[in-house]
Design a protein around this ligand. Structure first.
Ligand SMILES: Cc1ncc(COP(=O)(O)O)c(C=O)c1O
Length: 332
């Protein structure tokens, strides 16, 4: 691994101590017989931990090989006519629809990056699934719960709320899950828990939907080490909570630092990344950062392709390098 690179392009969590994770893996490797397939018992242990963490019934939980895998499963199993996505949003929903040959309907976010529920409902009866990423990647804001409830109430298909970044946000739609049969919530261990390399995600849905989805997954789809890591991370919740607390403080410091740079406008964030607008065309800034080994995310498509970049909230040291190089980039 080349540690000279400041990797702020994939919203990984650098606040979970690296050594803490490698020690947990060492414990697991000593505990389990790696020659065996994952057991039902180990899957059930994780499901019970998630159930008590989020206060949801075990029957409603389905675990998967990262949430990307579950998103693809949702499109494959539940989308016949089409899916609705907002623009801009996380690109995997579109990718999954293209792979499974499902039509994509788009609803633009408002200028404040809010969802426009009436505009989405114009597509009612044309699509089976509506993906709402909240907090939204890449805009960083969390949608209002009353807007989400209005949508879930009126939409004739299933609303999937992707809560990948919810651990950095204010509230979760988990609290309203029991009210709706047409709501599925997708979560991941990659962000708040810092387990991106393990590929561990889960979804929560009504029993009927959870059953249908579970029976469409091949056996042993998640490996034993990842499942045991998930269990250990939930048990070590205080370490995760402390990491998130520190990350949120650093997020505000980074937003403040960005807002002092000429021609840069950062947006508020309920996630572990920040979207910012650049007055000049983004190309030269992105390239300058890249040449100086600072990786951020740029966008291929409108409306964000010309003037916006996204940066992960790194450790204070990483962010200081990023801010200094960005200052150089804009003053070129
Ligand atoms: C909104 C959103 N959902 C899901 C994922 C994928 O998560 P996982 O690592 O569990 O596949 C990401 C990753 O960046 C994301 O931004």
């Amino acid at each position: 691994m080349n540690w000279e690179v400041i990797k702020l392009d994939a919203n990984e969590n650098f606040f979970i101590p690296r050594i803490f994770l490698s020690n947990l893996v060492k414990e697991i490797v000593d505990e389990v017989d790696l020659r065996l397939y994952p057991s039902d018992k180990v899957y059930m242990l994780l499901i019970h931990e998630i159930s008590s963490l989020l206060n949801v019934p075990v029957e409603s939980i389905v675990i998967g090989n990262g949430s990307d895998d579950l998103i693809a499963l949702l499109v494959k199993i539940l989308a016949k006519r089409g899916i609705i996505i907002t623009n801009p949003t996380f690109r995997i929903y579109r990718w999954a629809a293209e792979v499974f040959n499902v039509r994509i309907y788009e609803s633009m976010l408002t200028t404040n990056f809010d969802i426009n529920v009436d505009d989405i409902l114009r597509l009612n009866n044309t699509a089976d699934l509506c993906f709402i990423c909240s907090p939204n990647n890449p805009t960083g804001n969390q949608f209002r719960i009353d807007d989400l409830e209005k949508l879930i109430n009126k939409f004739n298909g299933i609303v999937v709320v992707d809560e990948a970044y919810v651990d950095f946000a204010d509230y979760s739609t988990i609290n309203i899950l029991s009210k709706y049969d047409n709501l599925i919530i997708v979560r991941t261990f990659s962000k708040g828990f810092g387990l991106a390399s393990f590929r561990l995600g889960f979804l929560v849905a009504s029993y009927k939907l959870a059953d249908k989805l579970r029976s469409s997954i091949p056996p042993f789809n998640v490996n034993t080490i990842s499942v045991l890591m998930g269990i250990k991370m939930i048990k070590n919740r205080s370490i995760v909570e402390e990491a998130i607390r520190k990350l949120k403080i650093e997020r505000e410091r980074l937003i403040n630092a960005l807002s002092t740079i000429n021609g840069i406008k950062p947006f508020g964030s309920k996630t572990n990344f920040i979207l910012f607008r650049t007055e000049t065309n983004v190309e030269s800034i992105y390239n300058y950062l890249y040449r100086n080994k600072v990786f951020v995310r740029r966008f291929d498509d409108p409306p964000l392709n010309k003037h916006y970049l996204r940066v992960t909230v790194g450790t204070p040291d990483m962010n200081d390098v990023f801010i200094n190089v960005l200052k150089e980039a804009v003053s070129q």
